[in-house]
Design a protein around this ligand. Structure first.
Ligand code: LLH
Ligand code: MG
Length: 387
């Protein structure tokens, strides 16, 4: 048996071409230097697994106070047991041990297992499909000329996305702090349907803070436009509001995405009849372990589960099940280049071919980390365990 010997976080400088607005939405921007963290878990055989994360998510107190004590000396292949050891510490951590930290640790452990056993994680998890259709997921609306500033901008970009091979497009329309409401969302959705015709699947992710009546007005328009799903128009803590909405619309309601509560919250949504398609994320919902539980839950109820977000963790879960139709490729924008890897990666994990993305075939999660770049741009590191 090999045991976890150390957990190390390396913070490095890299470059992004996006800006984040005051409400947390990403938009295209000029190149700027940002800090990123690489979490590394190493066992007594010398096997290491990695996961990229925000430096604050895996800050020193989280690693030395919670992750180290839960992992060091434990069998490095016991992903399920170790996930519970970390998750149980959240109750007493006073908000300092987030689901995102739990996810980073869980992903690193899966990466370690895959590298050690010579298998991609999606194979290790079960192996169900080697490729999946990708939908183009747009950035949120903005006021950038030639960007996503008007319904016509969305329509023009949708045509461009179809010409790149996408057979599904999800609009993120204008969110706060942008000042628009339901009427403009409807105009954008109608313009896109008109632009791409009836055969392209369209989805909407809107606002996140509409009232019930606003969400219903918008949903009725989506019914007319034959949308494939309707995502997060309201605060997801109000499960009854989603049940109320789902009861009145033909368009399937998809959720929850941001709700706290891992797979257990998803079970509550299914039991309440609050969604028609289940949603879970690897990064936001606590890792691969809870995401797989949510996927199997949905399958047991004859429902699809669509995985939130892009990246290697999402692909691992999608490749391991037949439940769910799509991979969320994005966020995309007329002014941003999704296909050029960030400087700390040698290639992207999800190139598009014929409207589909193939599962990675390298052992582990499949992120093509440029370790030389990371080493040469390291600005800080911390960790726990024997060095
Ligand atoms: O609010 C945003 O910027 C997007 O909605 C973003 O969170 C995106 O990840 C999403 O919701 N995708 O489904
Ligand atoms: Mg969403």
């Amino acid at each position: 048996m090999a045991v976890v010997e150390r957990v190390i976080v390396t913070v490095f400088a890299t470059v992004t071409k996006s800006v984040v607005d005051g409400h947390g939405h990403r938009h295209p921007g000029p190149p700027r230097e940002v800090r990123e963290a690489l979490l590394a878990v190493t066992d007594s055989d010398g096997a290491t697994g990695y996961c990229l994360a925000a430096p604050d998510t895996v800050r020193e107190a989280v690693i030395t106070g919670h992750i180290g004590p839960a992992l060091i000396g434990q069998d490095s292949l016991d992903r399920e047991r170790l996930w519970h050891r970390v998750a149980r510490r959240q109750r007493g951590a006073q908000g300092n041990l987030s689901d995102r930290a739990l996810s980073a640790v869980d992903q690193a452990l899966w990466d370690l297992a895959g590298r050690k056993l010579g298998l991609p994680v999606w194979k290790l998890l079960g192996g169900a499909r080697s490729e999946v259709p990708a939908y183009a997921s747009t950035m949120c609306g903005d006021d950038i000329p030639g960007g996503l500033a008007t319904p016509d901008d969305y329509a023009a970009f949708a045509k461009e996305l179809v010409s790149r091979g996408y057979r599904g497009i999800k609009l993120h329309t204008w969110m706060p702090p942008m000042p628009y409401g339901v009427d403009r969302d409807i105009e954008a959705c109608a313009a896109v349907r008109e632009a791409v015709g009836p055969d392209v699947a369209l989805m909407l992710d809107s606002n996140h803070w509409y009232s019930r009546s606003e969400a219903l007005t918008l949903g009725r328009a989506l019914d007319e436009l034959n949308f494939a799903w309707y995502e997060e128009p309201m605060e997801e803590a109000s499960v009854q509001s989603y049940r109320w909405l789902a009861d009145q619309l033909r368009t399937p309601i998809l959720g929850p995405e941001t709700s706290w509560g891992k797979h257990m919250a998803r079970a509550e949504w299914v039991a309440a009849g609050a969604c028609d398609i289940l949603r879970v994320g690897v990064v936001g919902s606590g890792g691969i372990i809870p995401a797989i539980k949510a996927v199997h839950l949905a399958e047991s109820f004859g429902m699809d589960c669509e995985i939130h977000g892009n990246g290697s963790g999402a692909l691992a879960v999608i490749g391991a099940s037949l439940c769910g139709q799509w991979y969320e490729r994005g966020l995309l924008h007329p002014h941003s280049d999704y296909d050029t890897p960030a400087p700390h990666l040698r290639s992207i994990v999800d190139p598009l071919s014929g409207g589909k993305v193939r599962m990675p075939d390298t052992p582990g999660l499949g992120d093509d980390l440029d370790m030389d770049y990371i080493a040469s741009r390291t600005v800080a590191s911390w960790g726990t365990g024997s060095q």
